[in-house]
Design a protein around this ligand. Structure first.
Ligand SMILES: C[C@@H]1O[C@H](OP(=O)(O)OP(=O)(O)OC[C@H]2O[C@@H](n3ccc(=O)[nH]c3=O)[C@H](O)[C@@H]2O)[C@H](O)[C@H](O)[C@H]1O
Length: 456
């Protein structure tokens, strides 16, 4: 039911920090515009959020919703920062246990809008029944969302005509413009997993289709200046308004390094590296001869999973030029540091936006879901180079890592090109007037829709 007074928006991200942070950034913008926000996540996630600016704290209500306790999911593994990739489907099942708590909150706290992520397929009808307007906030980009299928209804009922792996290695038939954007053979498992019913009892495709169908609008971290065709395509595919809201993020060991000389290495909050991945990436960094700051997140995993180890003697041999950080890293502060001159990234969309916002050329090493497509699009834009992988099994070597690093971090040749292109694209994300215009239009839409709903 609509709130009295200031517009009230309830924000409900999926548990991964790659999702939590964009929702928080958007929440801060909404609050900066004088509207009220209730930001809902688990106690551990709320506890880990960056401190809110004092002037916004009174407008953003941080709501802790405990996950139901389950036998083999330790209490501290509330967010996907602490669990292994293979446990995430199980975590989604646990996440669904939040339905009652969220429903209760919405009943007790009249809201005008509920913005949610791909996971809560059960939420749209609950919010609709309470007269709350709904928007699906897709924290990635339009080209990836278009991959999921020709329409939300085919995602929900599983009637997507693409049943074979090879169907995903060619562009979707419903794309009306020329593109070669598709999955490479070794990447197909990343998206096909989304089409299958998993431990949570539903497929990610079903979740995504349900939240799209149940929404009044789609909000997306993309903009017309980056890729106009895909944004327009989404509106046609899903017959919904698509509102751009990139919500770009408004800084030690690094101080003693030369300007632009350090490569920051970080692979987001969901990638779980194998021992071979860690070995080849470490020896590639060593072989490159470059200074590096490596945010190597080592999740404890569930039920005593094996942990990965750095190569023998690696830390000793690289101690003068490399730093390995093994807990949650202040990524934005590191990327903002003057000594950082490049970003080896998994192409997670939040990291990508952060790296490009700061004009960093990218060394790209995708692992999951949309990240391979993001690497293809970004390589085409010449903002970086992808680490070469074996076409068959997708494996990479220390030599391919070192080669990509040297080329992109070079101050001339390809490195200069990438840096210049990254600087160009940073202007899209740092153009405050342009991005605020999108966000103002977004908030205006929320208001106008409320007025419309109240009149009908
Ligand atoms: C389904 C997948 O979710 C992924 O989330 P993930 O967390 O891996 O990556 P990011 O989107 O970069 O998000 C990671 C976010 O966490 C922050 N961070 C991360 C590590 C750290 O040590 N410190 C930090 O501050 C970082 O700054 C960024 O904002 C991606 O969306 C991907 O597009 C999608 O395929």
């Amino acid at each position: 039911m609509a709130s009295e007074g200031k517009l009230h928006v309830v924000m409900f991200p999926w548990l991964a920090f790659g999702h939590v942070i964009p929702f928080l950034e958007l929440s801060k913008f909404i609050a900066q515009k004088g509207r009220r926000v209730s930001f809902i996540s688990t106690p551990r996630n709320i506890q880990r959020l960056p401190k809110l600016p004092p002037n916004l704290a009174s407008l953003i209500n941080l709501v802790k919703l405990p996950l139901p306790l389950v036998p083999n999911l330790p209490e501290n593994a509330e967010a996907t920062m602490d669990v292994r990739t293979e446990d995430i489907p199980y975590l989604k099942k646990v996440f669904d246990g939040l339905e009652a708590g969220l429903s209760q909150f919405l009943q007790n706290s009249p809201a005008d809008w509920n913005l949610y992520d791909f996971a809560p397929h059960w939420l749209p009808p609950i919010a609709a029944k309470l007269g709350v307007s709904r928007a699906f906030f897709f924290i990635i980009n339009a080209w990836f969302m278009a991959t999921f299928g020709p329409s939300a209804s085919t995602m929900v009922d599983g009637s997507d005509p693409r049943t074979l792996p090879e169907h995903f290695s060619v562009p979707l038939k419903c794309i009306p413009f020329t593109t070669n954007l598709a999955y490479r053979p070794y990447e197909i498992k990343w998206i096909r997993g989304a089409t299958k019913v998993n431990a949570s009892g539903v497929s990610d495709m079903h979740r995504l289709g349900s939240v799209i169908m149940g929404s009044d609008a789609i909000v997306i971290r993309d903009c017309n200046e980056l890729e106009p065709l895909w944004l327009n395509l989404l509106e046609e595919l899903h017959q919904k308004l698509v509102i751009p809201a990139a919500s770009c993020p408004r800084r030690h060991w690094l101080d003693c390094k030369n300007k632009g000389s350090v490569v920051y290495v970080a692979l987001g909050s969901e990638v779980t590296l194998t021992q071979n991945d860690v070995t080849e990436l470490a020896l590639g960094l060593e072989l490159s001869g470059l200074p590096f700051f490596w945010a190597l997140r080592k999740p404890p995993g569930l039920a005593g999973s094996g942990s990965v180890e750095l190569p023998e003697g690696f830390l000793e041999r690289t101690k003068d030029r490399g730093f390995v950080w093994t807990s949650w890293a202040p990524q934005l502060r590191i990327l903002s540091h003057g000594s950082v001159g490049g970003f080896l990234t998994h192409c997670g969309w939040s990291s990508t936006i952060e790296g490009l916002t700061l004009g960093h050329p990218l060394i790209m090493l995708p692992f999951l879901v949309d990240q391979g497509l993001n690497a293809l699009v970004l390589a085409e834009k010449k903002v970086g180079r992808e680490v070469q992988r074996h076409e068959g099994d997708g494996s990479f070597t220390r030599n391919s890592v070192a080669e990509a690093l040297r080329l992109v971090m070079a101050f001339d040749g390809e490195g200069r090109t990438c840096r210049n292109k990254a600087t160009e694209i940073s202007k899209i994300f740092t153009d405050k007037n342009r991005q605020d215009r999108y966000l103002d239009q977004f908030v205006e839409y929320l208001e106008n829709h409320r007025a419309f709903v109240q009149k009908t």
